[in-house]
Design a protein around this ligand. Structure first.
Ligand SMILES: Cc1cc2nc3c(=O)[nH]c(=O)nc-3n(C[C@H](O)[C@H](O)[C@H](O)COP(=O)(O)OP(=O)(O)OC[C@H]3O[C@@H](n4cnc5c(N)ncnc54)[C@H](O)[C@@H]3O)c2cc1C
Ligand SMILES: *[C@@H]1O[C@H](CO)[C@@H](O)[C@H](O)[C@H]1NC(C)=O
Ligand SMILES: *[C@@H]1O[C@H](CO)[C@@H](O)[C@H](O)[C@H]1NC(C)=O
Ligand SMILES: *[C@@H]1O[C@H](CO)[C@@H](O)[C@H](O)[C@H]1NC(C)=O
Ligand SMILES: *[C@@H]1O[C@H](CO)[C@@H](O)[C@H](O)[C@H]1NC(C)=O
Ligand SMILES: *[C@@H]1O[C@H](CO)[C@@H](O)[C@H](O)[C@H]1NC(C)=O
Ligand SMILES: *[C@@H]1O[C@H](CO)[C@@H](O)[C@H](O)[C@H]1NC(C)=O
Ligand SMILES: *[C@@H]1O[C@H](CO)[C@@H](O)[C@H](O)[C@H]1NC(C)=O
Ligand SMILES: *[C@@H]1O[C@H](CO)[C@@H](O)[C@H](O)[C@H]1NC(C)=O
Length: 605
């Protein structure tokens, strides 16, 4: 019966006779593997796929979320539908934050992918590595030159494969091919279609070139300026760590087992090694009250459960601040007060502008005014993966700095160096907002403002010893005047951009929420009122199991092994000691590729 069940799964879920995808721990044949990877997300799938390149290495991946080929899987594939994935969807953890004092005590949603591919399957596809300075600072703080830009570039290239935009246009003036990979797993390209704002954005980079210089390719290490947005898509579909790494490995290798709809509940201390506690076993379960199962790693367990999940599992295993753990009834196994601390995230606030109703934006389809247009677009996408649905919605992104003499920097410059950014602006050819209900009609363009090197620090902590209870998430947005000052500066900067000559006659008016702060004489106080009301997260948490060269600080060492333990490594966004001053996805893939090499080297595999 179990075997029959399993055969059905192989056919329906994987569509292959080789891969082994299980939905219940009782279906697994084996309880011992060489490596156990917790989380089939962005980083976890890189580790699983790279380690199983050696057919003698057996790997089990345990993923809490669902398959990416079942119910609503089209939402995961269609680039323009990316915003559907995190909100009220089967692919999300549905977390919320603590009341944010910097946001008028609002509680905000905190999306995290709950599906094969993790957040790479539900995110907004933006692909930015970071600046040379960002990685050179990592190397310095971690005490390992392998994290430096000059070394990381080979891992960035290894992870990616440049493909051309889906509409077939010439993209030679949209990127620099010399800085990109040509045969890695993650597909990337510039936008699937041109938009009505593209020539205006480009003209503005010419006319206001001092503030907004054109940058051909921000993934060269030189991030400053405005340039074409690169997104994780190819052939008209999203490329996730599942489609890029996990699925190809599952369908071609016998040494990989993937167990979904199952949570890691804790690591089990199995002895000690060189005087430090050893954790060789992992406990898993499917619900609060379901039977628990134990799997054992001959070599080690790699936690890739993300910046929320990985510190949660460490704390559930007794690795954390003993006093905090005892409050929820967990006995400390390894004291480390830094677990779950140092949460760094990017605050985002949007702005929208009203256009004449005959402007060609994505709004008729995304706002629901034109169901027939949506049907046609879906038919076209299904037929040959072209058209408006193959677009991620916007074609430009910029990374910028506040002037060196600005009072915002009076206490120093927190960026990694003069090549890193203080803020980001990006533009969408349609209505986009993380905090305002969408209108039901009209045509719009939007831009976002992001504080890219924030100085506020938050935390992840346990509210319960029950692994099925959400942890307490506090990004602590706008804890510092610097963060607020940069956001005010970014809003004024975006207004200088959109008030430039190329936009004359294109924009009719600011969106009503924006109108009070769109006048040239609007005050900082008015802008701050807008910021506190409408800011949300752009979902970039990192740092909660940070790497550090200092023996008494951070959670993992330069090889990403958990300090003062044996048998546990962390490979995901939690190990970043700082946020790169861009979106973190490409950096997480790069560091996962580096970590896979470190693991192979450590075991001679
Ligand atoms: C809505 C959204 C939009 C974003 N947009 C962008 C963007 O455009 N560009 C960009 O660069 N970044 C973006 N990000 C951020 C980026 O996607 C993440 O930083 C990155 O994917 C995180 O990778 P990770 O490996 O650390 O974690 P994840 O990819 O989240 O993987 C963690 C995995 O572990 C699983 N897991 C967690 N706990 C357990 C447990 N106890 N047991 C078993 N499994 C567990 C999760 O279900 C998940 O599959 C976005 C994120 C979100 C959520
Ligand atoms: C499962 O176990 C049986 C009996 O031990 C073995 O014959 C079979 O090959 C195993 N299957 C897999 C997929 O490992
Ligand atoms: C989040 O909510 C959606 C919709 O209600 C649900 O399908 C999904 O299973 C929830 N996620 C978790 C982790 O419970
Ligand atoms: C894709 O299909 C649409 C109509 O469904 C057609 O207009 C278009 O030319 C096709 N494109 C390609 C590249 O085949
Ligand atoms: C910064 O310098 C510029 C000229 O380089 C000047 O116009 C501006 O007023 C200065 N700002 C401050 C806050 O000193
Ligand atoms: C666009 O059309 C909508 C719906 O008919 C209408 O409410 C709105 O005022 C129009 N906008 C403009 C700018 O004309
Ligand atoms: C913690 O748990 C308590 C009791 O279940 C609940 O009321 C509270 O909202 C939780 N706190 C957070 C931040 O989730
Ligand atoms: C801003 O200028 C407008 C005229 O352009 C004026 O009506 C308004 O009162 C001014 N507001 C402030 C806060 O000075
Ligand atoms: C590791 O253990 C040593 C010795 O007990 C201690 O000094 C150090 O602070 C610990 N490291 C961390 C990160 O907790």
């Amino acid at each position: 019966m179990a075997r029959l069940h399993r055969t059905i799964l192989l056919c329906t879920l994987v569509g292959s006779t080789l891969g082994s995808l299980y939905t219940d721990p009782s279906q697994l044949n084996s309880t011992t593997y060489d490596f156990i990877v917790v989380g089939a997300g962005t980083a976890g799938n890189v580790i699983a796929a790279r380690l199983t390149e050696n057919p003698s290495v057996r790997v089990l991946v345990v993923e809490a979320g669902v398959s990416d080929t079942g119910f609503r899987s089209q939402d995961l594939q269609i680039p323009l539908f990316a915003p559907r994935c995190p909100i009220n969807s089967p692919f999300d953890w549905n977390y919320t934050t603590t009341p944010q004092k910097g946001l008028n005590n609002q509680v905000i949603t905190y999306a995290r992918g709950y599906v094969l591919g993790g957040s790479s399957a539900t995110n907004l596809l933006t692909w930015t590595r970071g600046s040379r300075d960002d990685y050179n600072r990592f190397a310095e703080v971690i005490g390992d030159s392998s994290y430096s830009w000059n070394n990381m570039i080979k891992y960035f290239k290894k992870s990616e494969q440049w493909v051309h935009p889906r509409d077939g246009r010439d993209d030679s003036d949209e990127h620099n091919p010399a800085v990109h990979g040509t045969n890695g797993p993650v597909l990337l390209s510039t936008g699937g279609v041109r938009t009505v704002m593209d020539t205006r954005v480009l003209a503005t980079t010419q006319q206001l070139s001092e503030e907004f210089p054109f940058n051909l390719d921000a993934n060269s290490g030189d991030i400053l300026g405005v340039g074409w947005l690169q997104s994780t898509m190819g052939g008209g579909s999203r490329s996730s760590s599942s489609t890029a790494y996990l699925r190809p490995a599952l369908s071609s290798r016998k040494n990989l087992d993937v167990l979904i709809q199952t949570r890691a509940t804790k690591l089990i201390k199995t002895g000690s090694s060189n005087g430090v506690p050893q954790f060789r076993s992992l406990e898993v379960g499917q619900t609060t009250s379901s039977k628990r199962f134990t799997f054992t790693a001959r070599k080690e367990t790699v936690l890739s459960a993300g910046a929320v999940g990985s510190p949660q599992i460490l704390m559930l295993s007794g690795i954390g601040d003993p006093a905090e753990l005892s409050k929820v009834g967990i006995k400390s196994t390894v004291s480390n007060p830094d677990v779950g601390k140092n949460l760094i995230d990017h605050p985002i606030v949007g702005a929208q502008y009203i256009l004449p109703n005959d402007t060609a934006t994505v709004d008729p389809i995304t706002l629901g005014e034109d169901p027939a247009g949506l049907t046609d677009a879906l038919a076209q996408w299904t037929a040959n993966k072209t058209g408006i649905l193959s677009s991620a919605g916007g074609n430009f992104i910029g990374f910028l700095r506040v002037p060196g003499n600005s009072t915002i920097l009076k206490d120093g410059d927190p960026t990694a160096g003069p090549g890193s950014s203080h803020y980001e602006l990006a533009w969408q050819a349609g209505f986009a907002s993380s905090s305002q209900p969408p209108p039901t009609s009209g045509r719009y363009i939007s831009n976002i403002h992001v504080v890219t090197t924030p100085t506020s620090r938050g935390s992840i902590s346990l509210n319960s010893s029950n692994p099925f209870t959400s942890p307490i998430i506090d990004p602590n947005f706008f804890d510092t005047d610097y963060d607020l000052g940069v956001m005010v500066y970014a809003i004024r900067s975006a207004q200088r951009f959109i008030k430039a000559q190329p936009w004359n006659g294109f924009i009719l008016a600011p969106y009503p929420d924006l109108a009070p702060i769109f006048a040239d004489n609007s005050t900082d106080a008015d802008i701050i009122t807008y910021i506190r009301k409408f800011t949300r997260t752009i979902h970039h948490p990192v740092g909660t199991a940070a790497a550090s060269k200092d023996k008494g600080k951070g959670v993992v060492d330069a090889n990403l092994l958990v300090k003062n333990t044996s048998g546990i490594r962390v490979v995901d966004a939690s190990v970043f000691p700082f946020l790169p001053s861009v979106h973190p996805l490409a950096g997480i893939y790069g560091i996962a590729e580096l970590a896979a090499d470190k693991i192979k080297h450590a075991y001679g595999i």
